[in-house]
Unconditional design. Structure first.
Length: 346
């Protein structure tokens, strides 16, 4: 069922455009996410409301959730074919067409959603390698939706050292996570999140590498005994992106509103995700799940292994003639810059 954006800002917003200055537009927005997902309620909903308010109703939206227009794998095609004006592009589903944008998801880079979001945006604004893939696929990134860093959860064991992970049957969703588990010496098992509960409960798995949000969503805290809190095992990224033709058809004022709303909402969303992650850690402890942080010395040991997994991904892309090494340097520099800014602001 369609839903329209709710009010986000006061009607006296400074950037509100006078009625009649530009032609009224209604944009279709497509996602695989359900309407209740935090990426919707904390991300695209506030974005749509912000844009509608600041354009004085000049831009409105029709929202199609739960794959009503396109699945995760078809989201980019849907925008390019004109089936949707804006879609939620899941980067792990686009590794063939946008492999360089898999770099912000690699392990060993950060465990802060705010840092990762800001660094991703800075790298895109620099109009370098990451941005070039958006241009090549005829989309413009409006709103970045970074997920919290993946953590290691155990059924009975506590995976608090590299040695404890050796040969353990640990599940992951696929892609770079399987490479990461290989680098850590585990026995990776590719498995969908929906199958984890029974597999962990029955002992088919020793644990899983996943985000805390998935532990909550699938009630895995009922069958898990431990979970890390500061691991940097990679992340996931989605971007709410608009077709280039639609973007070019907007007035400069409308583009400014969309750009500003996107940047404001994505940072607010990132801050919310980091805070929510802390709340989940406390909630899991209340359910009897041991939460633990890796020591600095153990993080250094893990980083040696994670860097090898990261480099394997980069080498594979470099061998295809893609500027992966340069893109990684670009992203890491942005990440370090954002970490410094965050530290100074605290």
């Amino acid at each position: 069922m369609m839903s329209t954006a709710r009010a986000f800002l006061p009607a006296t917003a400074l950037l509100c455009l006078a009625a009649g200055e530009t032609r009224a537009e209604t944009f279709s927005v497509s996602t695989n996410l359900p309407q209740t997902h935090w990426g919707v309620t904390q991300g695209i909903d506030p974005f749509m409301a912000c844009v509608t308010e600041r354009t004085g109703g000049g831009i409105t939206f029709e929202f199609y959730h739960s794959g009503m227009i396109a699945s995760t794998q078809e989201a980019l095609n849907a925008v390019n074919a004109g089936l949707a004006d804006i879609a939620y592009i899941v980067m792990v589903a686009e590794t063939a067409r946008m492999p360089l944008n898999g770099i912000p998801m690699l392990p060993g880079l950060s465990d802060s959603v705010i840092e990762m979001t800001a660094a991703n945006r800075a790298a895109l604004d620099a109009e370098g390698a990451l941005a070039s893939e958006y241009r090549a696929n005829n989309i413009v990134p409006l709103l970045i939706n970074m997920y919290p860093a993946y953590q290691l959860a155990g059924r009975t064991a506590t995976f608090d050292t590299l040695a404890s992970m050796r040969n353990a049957k640990i599940s992951a969703g696929g892609g770079s996570l399987i490479v990461t588990l290989d680098a850590l010496g585990a026995s990776p098992v590719e498995m969908n999140a929906g199958d984890l509960y029974v597999s962990i409960q029955q002992g088919t798995l020793d644990g899983s590498m996943l985000g805390l949000a998935s532990i909550e969503s699938y009630k895995l805290f009922e069958v898990l005994k431990s979970v890390s809190t500061n691991g940097m095992f990679g992340s996931a990224t989605g971007t709410w992106s608009i077709g280039t033709a639609k973007w070019d058809g907007l007035s400069p004022e409308q583009q400014t509103v969309m750009r500003d709303c996107g940047r404001e909402v994505e940072i607010t969303l990132a801050r919310w995700v980091d805070n929510w992650t802390e709340e989940l850690e406390a909630a899991f402890a209340g359910h009897g799940v041991k939460t633990f942080a890796y020591s600095e010395s153990e993080l250094a040991v893990l980083d040696t292994q994670l860097s090898s997994a990261r480099q394997a991904y980069i080498n594979r892309l470099d061998s295809r003639g893609l500027p992966a090494s340069a893109a990684l340097q670009e992203y890491v520099a942005a990440l370090q810059d954002e970490a410094t800014k965050l530290a100074k602001s605290q």
